[in-house]
Design a binder for this molecule. Structure first.
Ligand SMILES: Cc1ncc(COP(=O)(O)O)c(C=O)c1O
Length: 365
């Protein structure tokens, strides 16, 4: 008798499984702790919780969940077009921006196709490429920053996609607008450039590639409602690009891929200026608080512009476990080939203080 494994596509078997940050409920069970006392600093979520206007709109949409969602996301696309200064036909809404990454690979990757990415870049690019039997060409980073010359050099005639996250997760580093524009302009015509802007709202003046999209360069920018908008659990993100590319992505997009509560909440959250401002300010203060604390502890960290920081420990496994046992969840990074590092999400002032106090105690022993 054949097993499921015998019958599966070989690429499915060789593809690594995504390892997310541990959920609060699981750590509470494992450690016998009250879930309310657990501090999750593992998945770069918004320390302030969800956008209140987003939640209000999502709650109202619950009454209609017996209906299928609006498949074209008409109202959200209309609103996003205003916010981003594009036209609705340039937008594709995904079940998280991760789904846009998967749609790109579904549309362009097959055996023999190369996809270029940075060595310690957000891991979804690799997983999506492997799922579609493509080759991952990983360019080394320099000082934890994407080296755009190395990425350009990695491009082959078989390359169809190049992924650049700026800021990158897990390093927290970014490239300048001038570097990214110059890189985008230098790419050959057979390559589609995806600029992943998941953390763009945390930085001042994120790069603007819309003029290059207008010029006809093959570019897509992706954004998410999971980070600064605080809607990670609803799974909604989007890409903006040339209408011809959007049209192609709609062909691989599963019907009704985004639920109606998420669509409504995203629409509400886009209007939540005060929440966005407060979230950004809290993050800026939190980054300063944590980096000061790490310096006082003599810890090596990578200066970050995201809502998380990469910190190196002599014994990261032990530190991870000791924090976990106290109910503080951070992110180990073996899957990113960074075994000595932990990634720590920026919390509120109180949460950051709790983390630093725990580290002081742990490192003293
Ligand atoms: C750089 C980067 N891009 C994309 C995503 C995907 O976010 P989502 O699928 O929740 O929109 C993440 C999530 O952590 C990320 O760090």
């Amino acid at each position: 008798m054949s097993s499921y494994i015998d019958l599966a596509r070989k690429t499915v078997l060789s593809k690594p499984v995504y390892n997310p940050g541990k959920p609060i409920e699981m750590v509470a069970l494992e450690c016998g702790l009250d879930p309310d006392t657990i501090l999750k600093l593992a998945s770069n979520e918004n320390a302030l919780g969800p956008s209140p206007l987003g939640i209000e709109a999502g709650r109202e949409a619950l009454a209609d969940v017996f209906l299928y969602p609006e498949n074209s996301a008409y109202f959200l696309c209309k609103k996003l077009a205003e916010v981003r200064g594009v036209i609705p036909d340039q937008l594709v809404i995904g079940h998280g921006s991760s789904e846009i990454i998967h749609m790109l690979c579904a549309a362009f990757v097959e055996p023999g196709i190369d996809v270029v990415m940075g060595e310690h870049a957000f891991i979804a690019y690799k997983l999506a490429t492997l799922l579609h039997s493509g080759n991952c060409l990983e360019a080394p980073l320099v000082d934890f920053r994407h080296d755009l010359n190395a990425m350009r050099d990695a491009i082959t005639p078989q390359t169809r996609l190049v992924f650049l996250p700026s800021p990158n997760n897990p390093t927290g580093t970014s490239n300048t607008e001038a570097e990214i524009v110059e890189f985008a302009r230098s790419l050959p015509d057979h390559v589609i450039f995806c600029l992943d802007e998941a953390y763009a709202e945390y930085i001042d003046n994120p790069p603007d590639l819309r003029p290059l999209i207008e010029e006809g360069r093959k570019i897509i920018c992706t954004r998410t409602f999971s980070k600064i908008f605080g809607l990670a659990g609803l799974r909604i993100g989007y890409g903006y690009c040339h209408p011809d590319l959007a049209d192609l992505l709609h062909r691989v997009r599963p019907a009704f891929n985004v639920n109606s509560v998420a669509l409504a909440a995203a629409l509400g959250a886009l209007d939540d200026e005060p929440f966005l401002e407060k979230s950004k300010a809290t993050n800026t203060a939190g980054l300063a608080q944590l980096t000061r604390g790490f310096e006082e502890l003599g810890l090596d960290y990578v200066p970050s512009v995201g809502n998380f920081i990469l910190v190196r420990f002599q014994d990261s496994d032990r530190i991870y476990t000791l924090l976990h046992d106290r109910g503080i969840i951070v992110r180990p990074l073996k899957g990113y080939a960074l075994p000595e590092h932990l990634r720590i999400t920026v919390g509120t002032e109180k949460q950051n203080r709790m983390l630093l106090e725990a580290l002081v105690e742990i490192l003293a022993n």
